[in-house]
Design a binder for this molecule. Sequence first.
Ligand code: VG1
Ligand code: CO
Length: 600
Amino acid sequence: VAVKHVDTKPIDGQKPGTSGLRKKVTVFQQEHYLENFVQATFDALPGEKLSGSTLVVSGDGRYLTKPSVATIVRMAAANGVGKVWVGRGGLLSTPAVSAVIRTRSGGEAYGGFILTASHNPGGPHEDFGIKYNCDNGGPAPEKLTNAIYQNTTKIKEYWIADESLQVDLDKLGRTQFMVQHQDGKFGHFAVEVIDEVEDYLRLLRGIYDFNSLSHLLRRPDFKFTFDAMHGVAGPYAKRIFVKELGAPESSLLNCDPKEDFGGGHPDPNLTYAKALVAALGLGDKQPAEIPQFGAACDGDADRNMILGSKFFVTPSDSVAIIAAYAKDAIPYFSKGLKGVARSMPTSAALDRVAEAKGIKCYEVPTGWKFFGNLMDDNRCSLCGEESFGTGSDHVREKDGLWAVLAWLSILAFKASGSRKENLGDKLAKFAPGLHIGDKAKDSGSSGQLVSVEDIVKQHWMHYGRNFYTRYDYEGVESGKADKVIKTLLGKQGEITQVRNFVIDKADEFMYKDPVDGSVSEHQGVRFLFSDGSRVIFRLSGTGSSGATIRMYVEQYVAPDAGPEKLFADAAKALQPLVNVALTLSKMKELTGRNEPTVIT
Ligand code: VG1
Ligand code: CO
């Protein structure tokens, strides 16, 4: 195989956003578009580390994944990389890429390219994306993404191996090549197509108690439904839920990956995960039988939505509840959590659990890349975002299937707990003083099931409830979106009260990384009120065209407010504060939008 040198010119707009470079497929199809970005990335990495290294290259299976994998593989060979691992079919979920980088062959990989536009639709007229992850398995930090971007503005040439470097991505195994570089020197290069689930599964086995999970999923009185939304979660769900844990095949929805996600929008929320929402009794029609538990993942399987029977768990509550039960329900956390972290717009439900447990809760800007340093520095074991992202330090990405197993573990723990209590009650009658040991607990999940709804309500009664909602205004003209942010910034310091909400503090969120001291500014406009309520605005950094304004609204109700207030309908309870947010931002006047595109 010979290396070719190709002349090119900078292409505008290749700045990575919250999570990589995301654009319309047609943009990526422009000549040299992908190649420029890949070469800019290679040029931003230290040459001596890249030379002879192992990289991971895979994606979520959306349209353009396979040809892009082929291109990156040829460019890796030309840039002196020694070996590339590709998931079968070019598929690896985002958390699985992180797992492969960190753990395969003792963490041999130097980094990886993930081809995904995550929760955005796919297909010839929809979105594609690429991002680079480092040797800790996490998204490149801003320092690196800025360097990549700078390179894209100056690029003149790239290197690529000729087309004789070809591999059948559907066949497991290793293919060796001899590459002749431009300077005439020869080098070895290998492509290894690996099982897309294996490394990830091995990692999960070390985190969860698969016996007790399997016991739960095999219970005849427990019904479970998982929706992969035609994304890359499908093969993982089949292998883990069905093959390993024994759930019936019929519990899986949309588990065959499709290039266009079946025409859907692979974002696991109440608007887009229609099949799951209907199955759990949250749609218009009531199904004959409603499962006790339902979950969905997004296109690249790093997001998750958790549902109970006719019940929605907000992502902010989800991470708080996992934190509350982590030590008892998840073997990986049996020594307790080192600390927790959430993104700034995520509700403070997690902070209350951290406080009760006497651990630190970090607040970082939006985007998983900000959690990496905290985890690498052993400051944080669990983190979450309001945008359906939950995960832990087992990898450096959020992890959808991990979150589903975390919830199943809590359900299994609760069932074993109630069995223990029941047995305890009975035994106490017959043999007072006899202690029920861990044995009854370990035999796991044979006791009475506790519903998702009850678990969440018990949590609110103990910690209080952070009512939460997010309004997204998609496809707003950029100028108008900027105007909204300017208007809000102008109001800061000018006004002290809106209706009966007194402003305690108003600022633009700025983050200083406690580990490396790097500073990230302009991370969202915040209004913090005297009763602990918050209203936050920011512009999305993952869109492929136009601007999306996100408006986050949170209000806390203490446990002593009583069940009526604690269990109130969220939309109703938050309406006054939503109105305050709309007034502050002049949303209707400035954008012409009466309603948001999506409410979560
Ligand atoms: C959104 C979410 C953010 C998340 C990011 C990537 O970013 O708000 O919390 O980390 O998507 O998620 P933004 O900038 O559009 O608000 V994924 O699953 O698209 O990689
Ligand atoms: Co995603």
